[in-house]
Design a protein around this ligand. Structure first.
Ligand code: SAH
Ligand code: SF4
Ligand code: F3S
Length: 476
């Protein structure tokens, strides 16, 4: 009998990828996707533990699910509740205690065991828990990814982390660093392209530390990207998240040499203060990071750089924060995410005595976010009037509207002449004349009919550091 599955995803892109794979592994058991909790027989919360707020969300959502489960039981129905992801890994026992109505608790390395866990949960009373780091890799036991991922697909190539930054839970929730073999990655990429993906984003907590087995040797990320670029029909390649220490020469050179590698890089720095970086155990100084940035800009002058920042990490004083602001101004980020430091149980920094008070964190966050917004505005402004290739990967608010991404990962909304045009263009890359540049997105209209040239598809015409005028004839 057909059953329905609803997965709610929190946290990073790796969780988005994992959610899709959980759906794949449960499909043979008869689970088809549901649109919401109401229509589902089983709900999976794929959770994130990175900051306190993210983790607390899970418990309030569980309260709501329990109400649905109880109402269902009164009419003889059933709702299976599963908690997956990083909260499941870090707080499995706590979930059992605070939310005893949860049926399954499964950590990120055990998703291939979900069918068995579901079977056990139907027999057992109380939660079935699997937060092992199994000796076998889940990647070897998950079915091939399905076609459901669309024009822009995620592909996890690396997982886990051995860097142990003082503030971070990831090494504890995701386990040791692991790279998937080259052959498995290439096979999955070909499968995704065959199913309609034009863009693949390679994922990993430290994706540029990738060192996948290839026969008796190992390939780094640059070599993997070069091989992926050979796949017919794959127009765009991205990768995230990178660590500054692992940004090697070959990967920097790939940004100059591989046209399919998009001119966007998320390279979190966290802080511009050497004292704070040392406390964080990041393994580089602000000057090291600046040097990496200069080499990247030399390889790809129009590169859009993005970062993560933590304000109010233990040991950050006003002068240290000012150094972060200086770095933001100097690098010229196209976009960035900033967070107040959140003490995470079990991490070293949470136990340090020199915690920064919340008022200072809030003040610094507001200042930093203003700076980042300025940068975004400066990055986006020169795009107005230019023609950029857009991969249309999302439907718009109206049927005659589409949304997509530029090579520099700007979100762009395009109004089309009719609903038919939207259906035709979805999943393709088309040239778009940018009519307006906002802080967080662009707006535009289709610039020319017909197929897109390789140059346009690969973003050759958009260089923010040396803005060029868009051809008048095409703009009209
Ligand atoms: N591997 C990536 C980061 C992954 S976590 C890297 O090393 O850059 C994503 C982001 O969450 C981090 O870059 C950091 O900015 C933020 N983050 C992690 N732990 C945090 C904490 N305890 N408090 C606030 N922000 C945190
Ligand atoms: Fe966390 Fe640091 Fe590893 Fe990034 S490198 S996942 S911040 S421990
Ligand atoms: Fe969150 Fe786990 Fe990703 S803690 S950011 S879901 S690796």
């Amino acid at each position: 009998m057909a059953k329905k599955l609803f997965i709610k995803t929190y946290g990073c892109q790796m969780n988005v990828y994992d959610s899709a794979r959980m759906a794949d592994v449960l499909a043979p058991l008869g689970y088809a996707p549901a649109a919401d909790v109401e229509g589902a027989d089983m709900v999976v919360l794929n959770t994130c533990h990175i900051r306190e707020k993210a983790a607390e969300k899970v418990f309030s959502e569980l309260g709501r699910l329990n109400a649905v489960k109880r109402a269902r039981a009164e009419t003889g129905g059933r709702l299976t509740i599963a908690v997956a992801g990083c909260v499941a890994q870090a707080e499995g026992e706590e979930i059992r205690r605070r939310a005893p109505y949860v049926d399954i608790v499964v950590g990120p390395q055990a998703y291939h065991r979900l069918p068995e866990l579901v079977a056990r949960a139907t027999r057992a009373a109380g939660a079935v828990l699997d937060t092992d780091f199994p000796p076998e890799s889940k990647f070897d036991h998950l079915p091939a990814a399905t076609a459901a991922s669309g024009p822009s697909a995620f592909l996890t190539v690396q997982e886990g982390c051995d860097k142990f930054c003082a503030f971070c839970v990831v090494p504890y929730t995701r386990g040791a660093e692991y790279s998937r073999p080259v052959a498995a990655v290439l096979a999955e990429a070909r499968h995704l392209v065959g199913a309609g993906a034009r863009e693949i984003t390679l994922l990993g907590q430290n994706v540029n530390a990738y060192h996948g087995a290839h026969g008796k040797t190992e390939w780094g990320l640059a070599r993997l990207i070069a091989a992926l670029a050979e796949i017919d029909g794959l127009a765009r390649i991205r990768y995230t998240t990178s660590h500054p220490v692992d940004m090697d020469e070959a990967l920097i050179a790939a940004h100059a040499r591989v046209p399919a590698l998009m001119p966007y890089l998320h390279l979190p720095v966290q802080s511009g203060s050497d004292a704070v970086l040392r406390r964080m155990n990041r393994g580089y100084t602000a000057a090291d990071y600046r040097r990496v940035v200069e080499r990247l800009y030399a390889a790809r002058p129009d590169l859009a750089l993005s970062s993560d920042f933590i304000v109010g990490h233990p040991g950050e004083d006003a002068a240290g924060f000012a150094q972060t602001c200086d770095l933001v101004r100097d690098v010229g980020y196209a976009q960035a995410y900033s967070f107040k430091y959140s003490p995470r149980p079990g991490t070293p920094a949470a136990a340090w005595p020199d915690q920064v008070d919340d008022a200072a964190k809030a003040e610094r966050l507001a200042i930093l976010q203003d700076l980042v917004e300025d940068g975004q505005r400066r990055f986006n402004a020169p795009f107005a009037g230019r023609i950029v290739p857009v991969l249309f990967d999302r439907v718009g608010r109206r049927p005659s509207q589409l949304a997509g991404r530029t090579p520099h990962l700007q979100a762009i909304h395009v109004d089309l002449d009719d609903d038919g045009a939207a259906a035709r263009l979805f999943g393709t890359i088309a040239p778009v004349a940018v009519t307006a540049a906002h802080v967080n997105s662009l707006a535009g209209r289709i610039a020319a009919a017909g197929s897109v040239t390789d140059d346009v598809a690969n973003g050759i015409d958009a260089a923010h550091r040396a803005p060029r005028a868009a051809p008048e004839a095409v703009l009209r």
